[in-house]
Structures are given as C-alpha cells and as structure tokens.
Design a protein around this ligand. Structure first.
Ligand code: PEP
Ligand code: MN
Length: 455
C-alpha cells in the first residue's frame, strides 16, 4: 500500500475516522485545548521510550518478560496517593514472583498515568430515570466526558484533555518519586509486602510462598547471575514504564513531539501506546497515527480477527521490521487459543513481534443480576492455553496484560478467596471493566510463574 506522508495529524485524513470525534462541539474549543496541550511539557522522554524499545526487543528474543497491568479506566478521583502506591506495589510483587519463577528480568509497565479514554460498544446508554427512559452519550473515559448519568457530565468536553494530562502528570510524578526513592528496590522487598499481606487477608499458602520468595531473593539473584542471565545490578534495578490506549487522537497528536538531536516523532503521553480491538482497522485513523511514532505500539487481537489484516497492520506499523516495535496482545477468551493462534502466528510469519496475552477482555460476562464480571478460572485458563499454543506453534509468550488493582475489590469471581456472585456488589469500584483484586493478581502471578518455569 502506498503511504502518503505521515505527520502527527495525518490521521485526520485517514479513510476511516477515529472511533470518537468532537462532532457538534465548537472547533474552537478543541483547537484551544490542543493548543494548550502542545505548549505543556510532555510526560515521558524520548530516551525512556528508546530504552523500553530495547527491553521489549530483548523480550522478543526470550531474555526478558513483560508484565503490563492496571485499571481498565483510571479516574481523576482515583488519583490518590494510596491507590497509586498500592497499584505500584502489586505490580512490583507480581514481578518479583515472575523474576523468581522465570529466572529472567521482568519489564514492568503500568496501565497508569493516562488510561483515561475508553472505547465503548455502544455510543449511547439508556437508563430509566424517575420512571422515564433517558438516553445519553456513553461514558468514554475522563479524557472525553464524566461517568455521572447527567447530560452535563456526559457532554464531550475538550477541556478534559487538559485535566487528564494534569492528573497523568501528578500520577507519574508520584510513581517516579516512589521508584527513585527506593520503595521499589528489590534489595528491600520487605518494605513493600507485609502490611499488604495482612490487609488483604491473603490465603495461607500464597502468603507462605511469597514470604519464601522474598526471603530467598538475594540467593535467587546471585543464582541468576551465576547463570550468566544478567547481572545482579540489572536484575535488581527497578524501572517502571507507563502505557495507555491511544484512543483520543486529538490528545495523543498534541503530545507527539520531535525532540532535539533525535530522528522521528515520539508519542510523549506514555512510553507504550496500544490500539484497541475496535480501532485497529488497517485504513483507520488509529493505525495511521501510530505508524509514525518511535514508540513501541501494542495491537489488541480478538478471536474474530482476520489474520491477514493483522499481518498487514504489523507491516504498516513496522515496515522496517525493527525489534521492540510491535506487540500483538491477544485477548481471545478461554477455549479459543488453540483454534486462533496457530493461523495468526503463521500469517504474521517471522516478523519480530512480541506476543502478549491479555486474558481479561475475551472473558467478560454479565451475571443474572446485570453485573459485569470475569471468572478467575477463565482468566487463568486462557493464559495456560496461550502458553501451550505458542509453544506448539514455535513461538513464545513474551508478556502478559492484566486489568488489576492493588485494592481488595470484589469485581472478578473466584480465586483462592472464592469471590462469589453475591459478593460482587460489596466492593465493586471499577467504572468500566472488572479488575483482579490484590489477592487474585498475586495468585495469577504464581500460577504463571509455575507454568512458565515448567517449560
Ligand atoms: C481495554 O484494554 O480496556 C480494552 C477495551 O481492550 P480491547 O480493545 O482489547 O477490548
Ligand atoms: Mn478494559
């Protein structure tokens, strides 16, 4: 396919428009917001983006493993010190379990500091209010509109892009301070475990296993060094990267920048951006935008994906076949990997992609009471099946993508604590998809570490 010149706003001329536009909103409002955004400092730097690309290239070669996770949808109200610290903690704890089990360094990437834009299946939502049926625009995440079911909150407001950027900056500032301050130092895992283990009422076997791992951590690191896998310094230095879905292209293109002394354009709203299952069309605005960035780009792949189209999207995003550029994030649902993955792997061929499994988005269900949930068993099953299907196809699972929180919520069913349908409503806090709670997340990390280390 011939490619007309790319620039940060060439997506506006793509054959298929973006999922959501500010139609009906004064053009002046959108222009004023994006002009302000263009003047504000970015969130991340080009050298961090390049560093992450190098790490992801290593993961493609089997030398590292990617752990990506966080909320389905961050909220501005959820930008609190407690919530940020507990999300960082659970991701660090999971990575520790994975490092120990896989004997490989883990790349930690949060769905954090900017995961504010949500694709929805329907553009509108209807509810009965005071006996009347009311239809309003769906909630598309804090970058677009508010969750409250009122015409004012649901109006698309370009000014929200500025507030989203500010909250992403506050979140990232705290994450960077915690990471730099030693909170995340692998030499001191005792700082980030015990109060947590108590608070979450962790099941005894999980607690015992986690305590064994932290106690043996020093030995484990020396063991890995002896194996020549990596140096202790490299294994124990904690780096943390950010990611979100590149859905709002007005926002993303205002933060796409050229930087001095470097070639190319960087999306500086996050280190890693991904394109969702609903917006990954070959001729669509989202692929057009992402193809010009230096950032690593993820593409979500659902069970109905056309393998040829996915292969074409990969070529379009990465014509030079550079390692560390494209992540294919499969989200197939339990019971589908053996059917779908072999053909996908064959069609994408020997191109250097990082295969990642998102075992969340193919396993959504709604209870009889109308609550959106997922079963822990289905999530664990999809992961196991994906690992097997890659092994059979001659490829390797290089990472995982989870929706999770460090809080003790009841949004997904099952796990060692056995969250039941009746309990779902007790602590259901997500404004969008159900997340694994603290205990379910740690349990999944153990299960993954066991499966991968057994291979
Ligand atoms: C998501 O990651 O929250 C999401 C909407 O995923 P997908 O595009 O895979 O459905
Ligand atoms: Mn989601």
């Amino acid at each position: 396919m011939s490619s007309p010149a790319w620039h940060p706003e060439s997506w506006k001329a793509a054959a298929e428009g973006p999922l959501l536009s500010y139609e009906g909103i004064g053009a002046g409002e959108v222009a004023a917001a994006t002009a302000r955004l263009r003047a504000l400092p970015p969130l991340v730097t080009s050298w961090e983006v390049e560093r992450l690309r190098g790490l992801l290239a290593d993961a493609q070669a089997g030398r590292r493993f990617l752990l990506q996770g966080g909320d389905c949808a961050e909220t501005l109200d959820g930008c609190t010190s407690g919530a940020i610290a507990s999300k960082l903690k659970i991701l660090l704890q999971m990575s520790l379990v994975l490092v120990q089990g896989l004997k490989r360094p883990v790349i930690r990437v949060g769905r954090i500091a900017g995961q504010y834009a949500k694709p929805r299946s329907s553009p509108t939502e209807t509810r009965v209010v005071d006996g009347r049926s009311v239809t309003l625009p769906s909630y598309f995440g804090e970058l677009y509109n508010g969750a409250e079911f009122t015409p004012e909150a649901r109006r698309l407001d370009p000014g929200r892009m500025i507030r989203g950027h500010e909250h992403a900056a506050m979140t990232l500032n705290f994450v960077r301070a915690l990471v730099d301050g030693g909170f995340a130092d692998l030499h001191h895992p005792e700082y980030w475990d015990l109060s947590f283990l108590r608070q979450a009422g962790l099941a005894a076997p999980l607690r015992a296993e986690y305590e064994r791992i932290t106690a043996n951590l020093g030995d484990g690191l020396r063991f890995m060094e002896a194996f020549g896998e990596a140096t202790i310094q490299e294994l124990s230095r904690v780096e943390f990267y950010t990611s979100h879905e590149a859905l709002n292209l007005h926002y993303e293109s205002a933060l796409a920048r050229q930087v001095p002394r470097r070639e190319g354009v960087y999306g500086l709203s996050a280190h890693l951006l991904w394109i969702g299952e609903r917006t990954r069309g070959l001729r669509g605005a989202h692929v057009e935008f992402a193809r010009g960035l230096r950032n690593p780009v993820g593409v979500k792949v659902g069970p109905g994906a056309d393998a040829e189209e996915i292969a074409a999207v990969v070529r379009r995003l990465d014509p030079a076949a550079e390692p560390g550029k494209v992540l294919l994030i499969t989200r197939l649902g339990a019971g589908r990997a053996a059917d779908v993955l072999p053909r996908l792997v064959r069609t994408v061929g020997p191109r250097p992609v990082l295969w990642v499994c998102d075992p969340m988005h193919g396993n959504g269900m709604v209870t009889a009471g109308g609550v959106k949930t997922r079963s822990f068993d289905a999530v664990r099953q999809e992961l196991a099946e994906t690992i097997e299907a890659h092994a059979a196809a001659g490829t390797r699972l290089g990472g995982v993508h989870f929706e999770l929180t460090g809080e003790d919520v009841t949004e997904c069913l099952g796990g060692a604590a056995g969250v039941t349908q009746e309990q779902l409503s007790t602590r259901y806090a997500s404004v969008c998809d159900p997340r694994l709670n603290y205990q379910q997340s740690l349990e999944l990390a153990f299960s993954l570490a066991h499966r991968l280390s057994a291979r």
